[in-house]
Design a binder for this molecule. Structure first.
Ligand SMILES: *Cc1c(COP(=O)(O)O)cnc(C)c1O
Length: 385
C-alpha cells in the first residue's frame, strides 16, 4: 500500500507521526457523493473523529457539513469555512458557554439529549432573543453489536431520550417558546459493520415519526447519526466502506414525508482508512513465547487498542525477511500499551519502520501528553511526494 518513494520520505522524518493519504480521502468522499449526496441526503462529518484542517478542507470541498460535540468543535468548523447552517451540535453535557456558542452562530440544529437540556436551551435562547432549532435525540434501544464502550443506542446508555420520557416531552414542549422542534436524531453506536442494526433503526424511526405526527409535529428532518464501520483487519482489501449498500438500505427502509430531509453524521467511515501512524522500532526483546517489538509510538499517540481492545493492522515497511512472532508494544508504562499480540511479521531490527494502519479516526485527536510526550505531528500525501 505504501510506495517505495513514500517509505523513503518517511525515513527523513522524526517518528512517530501520522501520515494521511488525502488521495484515498478524496476517493472515499467521491463514493459518498455518488451514493449519498446524490440521493439528496445531507451528510455531516463527525469532526471529533479528526479535526485537522487539511482533512476538513477535503471534506468541505466535497460538500459535506459538520457534526460537533463541543463548542470548540463548532468554532473549529467555522474556522475551516463551514457554514453555520451545515452544523449540528450533539452531546449529553453541553455547557452554557457551548450552548451560547451554538446560538451565537445560529447553527442548523441542537441535538438535545434530555428534558433538562431543552429547558436550559430554551432559557438561554430566550435571553439571547433567539429561536434555537432543535432536534430531539431519541434512544431507540437498538443493539449495535459493537464494543460496549461505543454502543450508544441502548436504554442503559447515557445518550438520548428514552421512550418512557416521551409523554413528558410532549407535555412540556409547547411551553418552550424559544425552541423550534425541527427534527429527531439518533446515533446508535460506532464501528457497526453489519447493516442489521441500521435496518432495525429504520423501523424504530418510522414508528417514532408516526408518533410525533400524531402529536401534531411535522418533522423537517430525520438525522440518523453515524456509526458505519471500517475493515481494520484488511484495510487494503476494503480501503473504502461499501457506501452503496449503506445508503440504499435507508433509501429502501425509511418512510419519509414529502420534502423531509435526511441527515447522517459519519466519522470513522470517512477518515478511518486514510490515516496511518508511522513508528520506528526501538528495541527487540526476546520473550518466553513471543518477541517484543518495542516501537516509539504508544497509547499516547493511539489509545484505541488500550481503550477499546481495538485491533489495528501493523505493517512492517522496511523489512521483507522471513516472519517471526511478535507482540508489538509501545514505550508507556502500562501493559495495555500494546498494539498487537502474537502476530507473524517480517523479522524486525532496531530502526525498522512500521505503519499502524486505519488510524485516521479517533487516533490523533485522542493523543495525550501523558509522560510529557511531545504532541504527535501530522504529514499529508499532497505535501510528501
Ligand atoms: C461520534 C458520533 C458520530 C460519529 O460516529 P462514527 O462512528 O465515527 O461514524 C455521529 N454522531 C454523534 C452524535 C456522535 O457522537
Amino acid at each position: 500500500m505504501f510506495t517505495k518513494a513514500q517509505i523513503e520520505s518517511f525515513k527523513n522524518l522524526k517518528t512517530p507521526f501520522y501520515y494521511y493519504d488525502l488521495e484515498l480521502l478524496r476517493s472515499t468522499l467521491d463514493q459518498i457523493k455518488e451514493h449519498g449526496l446524490s440521493k439528496g441526503y445531507h451528510i455531516h462529518f463527525a469532526i471529533k473523529a479528526n479535526f485537522n484542517f487539511p482533512v476538513l478542507e477535503q471534506i468541505k470541498e466535497a460538500g459535506l457539513g459538520i457534526d460537533c460535540v463541543s463548542g470548540k468543535e463548532i468554532e473549529r468548523a467555522i474556522e475551516a469555512g463551514f457554514e453555520p447552517e451545515q452544523i449540528a451540535f450533539a452531546g449529553v453535557g453541553k455547557t452554557d458557554e457551548e450552548i451560547l456558542t451554538g446560538l451565537h452562530h445560529d447553527i442548523f440544529s441542537f441535538n438535545c439529549e434530555s428534558l433538562q437540556e431543552l429547558e436550559v436551551l430554551n432559557e438561554l435562547a430566550s435571553e439571547a432573543g433567539k429561536t434555537a432549532n432543535v432536534s430531539i435525540r431519541l434512544n431507540p434501544n437498538v443493539e449495535a453489536n459493537t464494543h460496549k464502550y461505543i454502543t450508544t443506542g441502548l436504554n442503559e446508555n447515557k445518550f438520548g431520550i428514552t421512550a418512557d420520557k416521551l409523554p413528558s416531552l410532549f407535555e412540556i414542549l409547547p411551553s418552550f417558546k424559544a425552541l423550534k422542534l425541527s427534527g429527531i436524531h439518533f446515533h446508535i453506536g460506532s464501528q457497526i459493520r453489519d447493516l442489521k442494526p441500521f435496518a432495525e433503526l429504520c423501523e424504530k424511526v418510522n414508528s417514532l415519526q408516526d408518533l410525533f405526527e400524531q402529536k401534531g409535529y411535522q418533522l423537517e428532518h430525520i438525522n440518523l447519526g453515524g456509526g458505519y464501520g471500517i475493515n481494520y483487519d484488511a484495510p487494503d482489501d476494503e480501503p473504502i466502506p461499501d457506501f452503496k449498500s449503506f445508503f440504499e438500505l435507508f433509501d429502501h427502509k425509511l418512510e419519509l414525508r414529502d420534502g423531509q430531509q435526511v441527515h447522517f453524521e459519519l466519522g470513522r467511515s470517512i477518515v478511518g482508512q486514510c490515516g496511518n501512524l508511522i513508528s520506528k522500532v526501538l528495541f527487540i526483546k526476546e520473550g518466553i513465547s513471543t518477541n517484543f517489538a518495542v516501537i516509539d509510538a504508544g497509547m499516547t499517540e493511539l489509545i484505541r487498542p488500550a481503550l477499546y481492545q481495538a485491533s489495528h493492522k501493523v505493517e512492517v515497511l522496511t523489512s521483507s525477511k522471513p516472519e517471526k512472532t511478535y507482540d508489538v508494544v509501545g514505550p508507556i508504562c502500562e501493559s495495555s500499551d500494546t498494539f498487537q499480540r502474537g502476530i507473524s511479521l517480517p523479522e524486525m531490527n532496531r530502526g525498522d519502520l512500521v505503519a499502524i494502519r486505519s488510524a485516521g479516526a479517533y487516533g490523533e485527536v485522542m493523543s495525550s501528553g501523558f509522560n510529557l510526550r511531545e504532541r504527535v505531528k501530522a504529514y499529508y500525501s499532497d505535501d510528501l511526494k
